[in-house]
Write a protein that binds this ligand. Structure first.
Ligand code: FAD
Length: 745
């Protein structure tokens, strides 16, 4: 197995990956309109945005004319219109998740505040886009399109107002202080509403002229909560409030606004009905924000990926030039390689790069998934309404489809020859079955990429900063790495901090439809491993098995006091398992993308020259990443599986050995035959023999034998991962770079 991996890596990485490689990895090689959009966004990012940052544009909290001057660039380049359908002034028909994700990635490569400024406008419109009435969509979304030459109208710039001053809405989105009342309601006329809302940290508030605000009823004549569209110019108070004293994303505008406005009830997002004299909004505020965040969080996750990948080149340039002072002459290793002579500096950069790639793979996969899901979701709504199913009846129908979807996933797990092809075809033709399958994935991939890309990504940005030494924490740092490190923390926070994503995952990752697909993925990784062992796919498959075993174990297991382990109040169990899953998902998607690169890259003659070296390098990065993911998963699972049992009675002697005699026997029975781990365990056995301990019935591993076996196997699976890291590190010393970055510092 290893021999194959070694042979493949003979070719080496020649240049840093360019667009042709990225287009294959992220699957837009055949989408010319997206390639053009990437170019246009990049010109804005590396032109006006980079110049503004380099000129100190981030050094103020205010929404300055210089920052405002970015808006016309967003409009002129097509960034603003990407969110819109062609009939609304846009140029991409159909779903736009991947398109928006690519824009966010390009802008955040230079400055995520600029990316946020552009995306927050879409976020403000998203409640109307996802749940608005046709009239609301026609009025507000089309008006957000940039003005054409000679056109005279007010262009809508939107903001989204959910978060409120402490101690109201934050992570807990139901604690609404914002209120809506009936101001007056003439017989037969449209009710007028009084909307009071104070916002905290509302992006775009320095210039937005339309706000979608979440409010709760303060009137028996209105039922529940809703979102309301507020316009600058509505009668009452539209106070933008003071700018937030942010340490991050300073190219976006963030304020604490105050609204007290009188608006017609037709501003309720999604409309309303009237029953017995009570206004019943068609959608509660939580239904709307769920539909909105589900998509927008993916783009946020990709902002942090862009930062990590953008750090590679500046760090290499810095490292190579660092020792050119003094006596070193051109041609000497000291002069040419500088800090790259030091293994640790290279290994850390390999880790940063691998994390960036894996997180980008995960984020773009999630964006593509939503592109697939969007039309199916619309089809689902149509089918349900044709069958006149709503509320509980609709849920019942979807549950039925979930069972059919399970059937289809089971069929897909069988070899083609063993399948009932007719049943497979019928099930595949049912849009509700397909919807159920993709929906169960989207419910996991979205929070996973928001959580892992931003949370772990922020940690890795710190690593990138540290590789630049003191320069890393100055404003002059090439690539603006210090600012990007801080900015990453905001990406981990807004649109729901990590706790929110973990909470969501703790529910969605136990959906049996997701888990059935996850099981198929384990087999898929084993298959990939037999062709491409160098990717670490085998390690990943074992880590996935260990995670699944642990998740299933904790469903019924209790702690030493008999309390249930998998419970919503037990975040010590559910949250780390969610984290572990994210590591696995990111590594898996990275492997799949590299397989795609090898396969599709070979079909592109333009890539013939460097492809083998790039693919070999990427294969090593995958191995590095899977090893790390496996390590994290092993640690987390072991802590959970063993950590809630009480240690058997022990004294000083048994403490040294840490295993009772029966446990040793169990382990000895389990370990032999597992490559690479036998020696490590034999050390433990030896030390145990030197410290004879009480014999007694072994309880610690009872029922956990499979776990212990899998965990030992996982350690053995790490074979070769450090060799892969060494190869990737060496590639970093040889890869060609530009003389300077393509944006100012
Ligand atoms: C620059 C910036 C721009 C923003 N833009 C907008 C915007 O445009 N519109 C908008 O509506 N909001 C916006 N926000 C608000 C942002 O979404 C919130 O700050 C975020 O959702 C967290 O809310 P909070 O700050 O009140 O944190 P809290 O609710 O106070 O939570 C703090 C921490 O407590 C812990 N915690 C809380 N609840 C739980 C739980 N149930 N389980 C476990 N741990 C928990 C977590 O560690 C969490 O991070 C923005 C924020 C910033 C900083």
């Amino acid at each position: 197995m290893e021999a194959l991996a070694e042979t493949k890596s003979d070719a080496s990485l020649q240049t840093l990956p360019g667009d042709d490689i990225r287009q294959i990895l992220w699957r837009f090689a055949d989408r010319y309109e997206l390639q053009m959009l990437v170019q246009a966004s990049r010109n804005v990012a590396r032109g006006p945005v980079a110049r503004l940052v380099a000129n100190g544009g981030r050094n103020s909290h205010e929404w300055t004319p210089e920052k405002a001057a970015l808006l016309p660039h967003f409009d002129g380049s097509g960034i603003t219109a990407t969110f819109l359908d062609p009939e609304q002034g846009g140029f991409i028909s159909g779903p736009k998740n991947l398109a928006l994700a690519l824009i966010a990635f390009e802008l955040a490569w230079v400055d995520a505040g600029a990316a946020t400024c552009s995306l927050a406008g879409n976020l403000g419109l998203a409640p109307i886009h996802e749940r608005g009435t046709p009239e609301q969509r026609a009025k507000y979304i089309a008006a957000a399109s940039p003005l054409k030459p000679g056109e005279h109208r007010k262009q809508i710039r939107a903001a989204f107002a959910l978060t409120e001053p402490l101690p109201f809405v934050g992570v807990e989105t139901s604690m609404l202080a914002g209120k809506v009342r009936v101001a007056d309601w003439k017989d037969g006329g449209e009710p007028m509403l009084q909307v009071e809302k104070r916002g905290r940290f509302i992006t775009n508030m320095g210039f937005a002229n339309v706000v979608t605000a979440a409010v709760d009823s303060d009137d028996p004549k209105i039922k529940g909560s809703c979102m309301v569209i507020l316009e600058e110019g509505d009668p009452g108070i539209f106070d933008r409030g003071t700018p937030t004293k942010k340490l991050v994303h300073q190219l976006s505008s963030t304020n604490d606004p105050v609204f007290n406005l009188k608006v017609p009830a037709s501003r309720i997002v999604g409309g309303y009905t009237v029953k017995d004299g009570v206004i019943i909004p068609n959608f509660s505020h939580s239904e709307i924000i769920e539909a909105v965040f589900r998509r927008t969080r993916v783009t946020v996750g990709l902002m942090t990926s862009a930062k990590l990948l953008s750090a590679v080149e500046p760090v290499i340039l810095y490292q190579r030039r660092r020792f050119r002072g003094g006596e070193g002459a051109p041609g000497t290793p000291r002069y040419e390689l500088g800090i790259q002579q030091k293994e640790d500096a290279l290994h850390r950069l390999v880790d940063i790069w691998a994390t960036g790639e894996a997180s980008a793979s995960l984020g773009f996969a999630a964006a593509r998934l939503f592109d697939e899901l969007d039309p199916l979701e619309k089809q689902k709504d149509i089918v349900l309404s044709q069958k006149k199913l709503s509320g509980r009846a609709a849920l019942k129908e979807l549950a039925r489809k979930q069972a059919a979807a399970m059937e289809l996933v089971k069929i897909h797990s069988q070899p083609v020859g063993a399948r009932d092809l007719k049943q497979e075809k019928d099930l595949e033709a049912d849009p509700l079955v397909k919807f159920s399958i993709l929906d169960s994935l989207a419910n996991v991939l979205c929070p996973a990429c928001k959580l892992w890309n931003t949370g772990h990504g922020a940690n890795m940005m710190r690593e990138a900063v540290s590789l630049m030494g003191g320069y890393g924490i100055t404003e002059d740092c090439p690539g603006f790495l210090g600012q990007k490190w801080m900015d990453a923390q905001l990406e981990a926070t807004y649109e729901g901090p990590e706790a929110v994503q973990r909470l969501q995952l703790s529910i969605t990752m136990t959906n049996e439809l997701f888990l059935a697909q996850f099981e198929n993925w384990i087999s898929e990784m084993r298959r990939i491993a037999s062709d491409r062992p160098g990717t670490g796919a085998c390690t990943l498959a074992t880590a996935m098995q260990l995670w699944l075993w642990t998740l299933q174990h904790v469903q019924t297991a209790t702690d030493a006091d008999g309390a249930k382990l998998y419970h919503k109040t037990r975040q010590g169990v559910t949250f780390p398992l969610a984290d572990a899953l994210c590591w696995l998902l990111a590594a898996r998607q990275f492997i799949l993308d590299v397989v795609e690169l090898e396969t599709k890259g070979a079909e592109n003659p333009a890539l013939a020259d460097g492809l083998a070296g790039t693919a070999a390098f990427y294969t090593d990065l995958c191995h590095v990443q899977t090893a790390r993911a496996a390590g994290e998963t092993g640690r987390i699972c072991a802590e959970i599986v063993h950590g809630y049992n009480r240690h058997p009675a022990w004294d000083e002697t048994s403490c040294h050995a840490c295993f009772c005699a029966d446990e040793l026997e169990t382990l000895e029975g389990l370990i032999p035959g597992i490559d690479g781990s036998a020696r490590a365990y034999s050390d433990v056995f030896e030390s145990a023999e030197k410290h004879p301990i009480k014999a007694g019935p072994c309880v610690r591993f009872a029922g956990l034998e499979d776990f212990v076996r899998l965990r030992a196997k996982l350690d053995g699976c790490l074979t070769g991962c450090r060799l892969a890291k060494d190869r990737a590190a060496e590639a970093l010393t040889k890869v060609m770079t530009r003389e300077a970055l393509d944006y100012p510092v």
